[in-house]
Structures are given as structure tokens and as C-alpha cells.
Ligand binder design. Structure first.
Ligand SMILES: [Zn+2]
Length: 295
């Protein structure tokens, strides 16, 4: 059971707490290069706890849209190293270390397996030499309190879990890049997330029928990444239409291209669907800057 509610009524800022229910707010629902939406970064909020999953190049601006900023968010969870997911982390790190009045570092939930890649290949280039600490460049842990998920197994998969206050966050790897990857060992780190064994958000992934089918068993509501064209590194609408009705009926689509609402630009004559996800058996397009509230 879930409801969709307006946020920031009367221009107020989005509260980072709830009365105990689970709330998911997409700051954006667009693709990597979206100009009409914000990028697909989302807040998970429950009780007094919140996590911002990803903060892309437009992430700080998207926080500003809802009356927040990178110094208000206390916990982050990066899914993978594309700039629409981590491009805002330099601002998160610098503002919190050098500008914010808070003496506390923000937290970051990040599996050990991803930490070196995130730091050495992406973030270190911009921020490790802001200062030297005992003659050494800074490290990820100088900017963030690192919270390390534990390995676990579920559905025959290797997963990672972290209990953050009332929220159980389960991370699973996805097949996102390169587009030739057919096994996790061939793919660069990228993860999806299952919240409280109830709400599943695919993360960036190519179409992987087994992946969505498995997690549909545990999910009341699913959010699946979706692109309008075939090929590349995301699941296409056409591919998602091959999922059974029962699974599609739980799915909102997000991470979509800027022509999502003009189906004649992406549907072909041979397609037997309308391009309106509700008519095609999905729950619909996910909307940004509203609250998905779960009982
Ligand atoms: Zn990506």
C-alpha cells in the first residue's frame, strides 16, 4: 500500500524525517543528460533517518529545488561512478569540510568493494590535495564517516546489507557497464537497492530479466530504470514490456530520456504497446519531487 503526496507545500523545505513510515522522494527521474528533469537521485527517509542515494552533477541543484543543500543531508549512498550519480560529491565533500558550520562529517554507506574505485578513479582527483594531513593527501574517510555494509546472501545472490536506524538497505550488483558485460565479474561496480524488503529500486542496469523477476518476489513496489531506445547500458521500454503483467503491474519507470512523453519519437509501427506506461500495464512514470509514502 502506498500513496503519492505533494512535498514542499507553500515553498517550505522537504522535512528529513517522517512519523515512522518509509518515504522515497526522487529528486529527479531523468537520464544522465536530462535537461527537462533532474538526474535520478533519490532520498529515502524513515523516522529520524535519511539517506540520499547518489548525488549527480545536478544533485546539489536538485536539493535546492526542495529547500535542502549538501550540508543538510547527513548520509549518502553512491551506487556507481557515472557523473549523473556521483558528480555532485565533490561539492558534498568540500562544503562539509570547509564551509559548513557543522563539525560532523556526513556519513557514506559504501561497500568495501567500491571504495577504492570511487576514491581513486573519481573523487581523489579533485579533492585529495586540498590540504596535506601529516604530509599525506586526504582520503575518502577524511571527508565522510564510512559505514560499511555487510555481505549476505539472498535469492542465491551475493548482496550487501546495512541497517540504518529503522531502514534495512540491501544492495545488489547490476549489469550496467560495459554493454558487453554478461556476468558481474565483467561489469564495473553498480548497485540497486531493496528497502525494508518492500521497495526495490533497480539502479542503473541493462535489461536483466532474472534480476527484476527475482526481486519482484520480495517487492511491493519496484522502480525500474528505463530508456526510450534500444542498446546501450539501460533497460529499454521495449525490453521491459517483455516482463510478465504481474511484474509490470508493480513497476514505476524512472531514469527516462527527455522525449518520454512524445511516444511517436520512440515507438515503432511494429510495437504492440502505446508508450503510455499505465495503459501498457506499468504503474506509470515515476515523478520527481513528490513523496512515495509506504505503510
Ligand atoms: Zn550509469
Amino acid at each position: 500500500m502506498h500513496n503519492i503526496n505533494d512535498i514542499c507545500k507553500d515553498g517550505g523545505s522537504l522535512p528529513l524525517s517522517t512519523k515512522g513510515n518509509l518515504r522515497v522522494v526522487f529528486l529527479g527521474v531523468g537520464s544522465a543528460f536530462t535537461k527537462r528533469n533532474r538526474q535520478s537521485n533519490f532520498l529515502i527517509i524513515q523516522g529520524d533517518y535519511h539517506v540520499l542515494v547518489d548525488c549527480g552533477t545536478l544533485g546539489p541543484l536538485a536539493l535546492d529545488d526542495v529547500g535542502l543543500s549538501v550540508s543538510k543531508v547527513q548520509c549518502y549512498l553512491p551506487t556507481h561512478s557515472h557523473a549523473d550519480h556521483i558528480g555532485g560529491f565533490e561539492e558534498v565533500a568540500l562544503v562539509n569540510r570547509y564551509i559548513s558550520s557543522s563539525s560532523k562529517k556526513p556519513k557514506m554507506i559504501v561497500p568495501k568493494e567500491y571504495q577504492d574505485l570511487l576514491w581513486n578513479k573519481s573523487l581523489a582527483g579533485g579533492i585529495e590535495f586540498c590540504e596535506t594531513k601529516e604530509g599525506q593527501p586526504l582520503q575518502l574517510k577524511d571527508f565522510f564517516d564510512i559505514l560499511c555494509p555487510k555481505k549476505m546472501e539472498l535469492l542465491g545472490r551475493q548482496l550487501w546489507s546495512y541497517q540504518y536506524g529503522p531502514m534495512e538497505l540491501i544492495l545488489m550488483r547490476t549489469l550496467h557497464i560495459p554493454d558487453s558485460a554478461i556476468r558481474m565479474d565483467d561489469a564495473q561496480w553498480c548497485c540497486g537497492i531493496l528497502i525494508n524488503r518492500k521497495v526495490w529500486i533497480s539502479g542503473d542496469t541493462m535489461f536483466d530479466k532474472n534480476y527484476s523477476t527475482q526481486f519482484s518476489q520480495l517487492s511491493e513496489v519496484m522502480f525500474h530504470d528505463c530508456q526510450m531506445f534500444q542498446g546501450g547500458v539501460h533497460a529499454s521500454y521495449r525490453e521491459l514490456m517483455t516482463l510478465p503483467d504481474k511484474i509490470r503491474s508493480k513497476i514505476y519507470l524512472y531514469h527516462y530520456n527527455d522525449n518520454w512523453d512524445d511516444p511517436k519519437t520512440w515507438i515503432e509501427d511494429s510495437d504492440d504497446f502505446t508508450g503510455d506506461p499505465i495503459k501498457d500495464g506499468f504503474l506509470g512514470w515515476a515523478a520527481q519531487q513528490v513523496a512515495y509514502d509506504f505503510k
